[in-house]
Design a protein. Structure first.
Length: 313
């Protein structure tokens, strides 16, 4: 049986006795990492992304204030809660630490119950923030990543494609005549159609990097890293055909004719960037959208690549 992964704590203290005391207190509940100086602590934090950092203020070469400032300036570590551990008792020291973004203070000598509670409180707040973040990145109807989530993933994959000189493709997918569908069958049935389309992606997109999202309304976007024109068109056609053949659960269908009428189709616009193509990230999406509208003009329920538009000019 797999054990639940423990939360992690990075202890940063140049005094071995102090570090050992914190390890003794925290190890039963957390995975504990230890560093003795600020520079090593910053590198370890960037690599491991611990859930909480316990940071001593008084250290040689780089004190805790400087370490905290550098952690806050890095995109990777700026959100990690930092608890100062200190033998200092002045309010000016506490004020300075809080102003820099420290989450809490623990004073020496350690009281185990206080250490446990303050670390646990930060972990609880962090988990709550992660839940909120997850909700903010997910479309609640389809449970697919939403537009905000797509934008984050797109930035990462676009940058990777440029660095590694690999192709990247995108599909823009729109349900045909969706307003008429809603007007005919009602918005509840429309929601079921959207949810049904979302399930198609799970069965079609097999690679870990492939990314489907609800773009907005009845439109979806699928990002296909390291995928050339031929591969993108093949995946687009599988999605189009799967939707065409899909049985959408019908709330108020009473006969076979109703069930047939409740079926949906999609128009799919495709765009591919090969290494060396001169195109911006915004143009890349815009041209996939152009291809999707071209598919609609050509009769809907079809796949159209942006290069088809260029070849027809």
């Amino acid at each position: 049986m797999n054990e639940t992964k423990k939360n992690s704590v990075l202890v940063v203290d140049d005094e071995q006795a102090s570090s050992l005391a914190l390890i003794h207190i925290l190890k039963p509940e957390y995975t504990v990492y230890v560093e003795k100086n600020g520079q090593d602590a910053i590198e370890t934090a960037k690599e491991l992304i611990p859930d909480v950092i316990l940071l001593d203020i008084l250290m040689p070469e780089m004190d805790g204030y400087k370490v905290l400032s550098m952690l806050r300036s890095s995109e990777k570590t700026k959100d990690i809660p930092v608890i100062f551990i200190t033998g200092l008792s002045g309010t000016d020291d506490e004020r300075k630490g809080l102003a820099l973004g420290a989450a809490d203070y623990i004073t020496k000598p350690y009281v185990p119950e206080i250490v446990e509670l303050r670390v646990r409180n930060q972990i609880k707040m962090l988990e709550q923030l992660r839940i909120i973040e997850q909700f903010s990145m997910t479309d609640q109807l389809t449970e697919l990543p939403n537009r905000r989530s797509f934008d984050v993933q797109y930035k990462l994959e676009w940058g990777r494609a440029l660095r590694e000189k690999k192709p990247i493709s995108i599909l823009m997918i729109d349900i045909d005549f969706f307003k008429n569908y809603n007007d005919t069958y009602g918005h509840q049935q429309g929601d079921i159609a959207l949810q049904s389309l979302a399930t198609i992606f799970a069965g079609t997109l097999k690679r870990p990097g492939d990314f489907a999202s609800r773009w907005g309304g009845e439109e979806f976007a699928v990002l296909l890293p390291n995928t050339d024109l031929k591969g993108a068109l093949a995946i687009a056609e599988i999605i189009r055909k799967s939707v065409e053949e899909m049985e959408v659960r019908c709330l108020n269908c009473h006969n076979h004719a109703d069930r047939q009428m409740s079926k949906i189709t999609v128009s799919v616009g495709v765009n591919t960037r090969e290494h060396g193509d001169k195109i911006t990230d915004n143009e890349f999406i815009s041209k996939a959208d152009d291809a999707m509208y071209a598919a609609k003009r050509k009769g809907r329920n079809r796949v159209y690549h942006y290069r088809d538009i260029m070849n027809s000019l």
